[in-house]
Design a protein around this ligand. Structure first.
Ligand code: TYM
Length: 323
């Protein structure tokens, strides 16, 4: 099976990206018979961020996160979308011509911003078509993503099927989204979906004290310390629940229900479990960030390896139109 997923370089990787995409994609890549295409969607980034230096730094940080969580770049494919831009954007053009206008007008990524149309660039509007091209260019079967991407994968299936119907053959593999229930939508420190744009994210790669500061900002209700608390409606507990062991979670739940256990204690425990659970990844992340040349080299190798696959798909599509 071919597994494929991408992350934009619009900020540093956050806990939502890590639990929603990075860890599930790497787990899938380890299963025998699978090969994974994990990339940095830096062309997509340009829809929101135009500063080249910032895009570059974020790209390195996203790449370092993939590597820190153990992505095996020898066995798989690791690349920047921008370095294969001729293939991604050529295919996007063909797919654009199969994409009904109302489909794009209904995309959440556009609708969320459509109240201020002057701020919407054409890149943001056609964003899902570039994403569809990213996926079908490499014949991906499975796309592990967070819940916010479900609609984009549905669109990819519709657009690719329209080309297959016209060509009366399977030009494209029709992909499936893989969205794990428990990490579908990771909450941010304010309880809304964790995201770069809402600035409510947790950056697990921060120095220990700064990470604690971020965790302390998690919003809580005002139940007094001595009273019992409802774990199911608390953001700190929800995050703890995603990371800690079963025993630790059971213990934490009884602490909440018993009372005498404050949100400050819960946050301290969340910080501790993060430091422990991500100790290895944090160390490796720092190593790669201090050695950007190693990241660069791994990406360049991946980009060379992936190019013939992209070329082949483009060839197949061109034949349909006699180009
Ligand atoms: P992006 O960069 O916004 O997010 C990258 C991945 O992280 C997941 N994610 C979350 N999962 C759970 N809870 C959250 N709070 C959370 N925040 C982010 C996202 O669902 C995603 O899987 N359009 C994509 C990038 C992309 C792509 C692709 C993905 C471009 N081409 C092809 C898959 C296949 C995006 O903006 O992701």
């Amino acid at each position: 099976m071919r597994i494929l997923t991408g992350i934009q370089s619009s900020g540093r990787p956050h806990l939502g990206n890590i639990l929603g995409a990075i860890i599930p994609a790497i787990e899938l890549s380890k299963k025998s018979g699978n090969e994974s295409f994990l990339f940095i969607a830096d062309l997509h980034t340009l829809t929101s961020l135009k500063d080249g230096e910032a895009i570059r730094n974020n790209t390195l940080a996203i790449a370092a996160a993939w590597l820190a969580f153990g992505f095996d770049t020898d066995k798989n494919f690791f690349y920047r979308q921008s370095k294969l831009a001729p293939y991604h954007t050529e295919l996007m053009w063909y797919l654009n011509c199969f994409t009904p206008f109302p489909m794009l007008a209904n995309a959440h990524s556009f609708k969320d911003k459509s109240s201020k149309l002057a701020d919407v660039n054409a890149g943001l509007f056609t964003y899902p078509v570039l994403q569809a091209a990213d996926i079908v260019l490499y014949d991906a079967n499975i796309v592990p993503v967070g819940k916010d991407q479900r609609q984009h994968i549905e669109m990819t299936r519709d657009i690719a099927s329209a080309v297959n119907r016209l060509a009366k053959q399977d030009i494209f593999v029709i992909p499936e989204a893989e969205i794990s229930e428990e990490v579908m939508t990771i909450p941010g420190i304010d309880g809304q979906k964790m995201s770069k744009s809402l600035n409510n994210y947790i950056d697990i790669f921060l120095p220990e004290k700064d990470l604690l500061k971020q965790i302390k900002k998690i919003v809580t209700d005002t139940t007094p310390l001595e009273d019992p608390k409802d774990p199911e409606n608390d953001i700190t507990f929800k995050l703890f629940n995603l990371i800690a062991s079963k025993e630790e979670i059971d213990q934490m739940r009884s602490n909440y229900l018993a009372g005498g256990f404050g949100y400050g204690h819960a946050k301290q425990a969340l910080h501790e479990v993060m430091m422990r659970k991500f100790a290895d990844a944090r160390e490796k992340f720092d190593y790669y960030m201090n050695n950007p040349k190693i990241i660069e080299q791994k990406l360049e190798e991946g980009e060379k390896k992936v190019e013939p696959i992209a070329q082949k798909t483009i060839q197949r599509v061109r034949e349909v139109f006699k180009f």
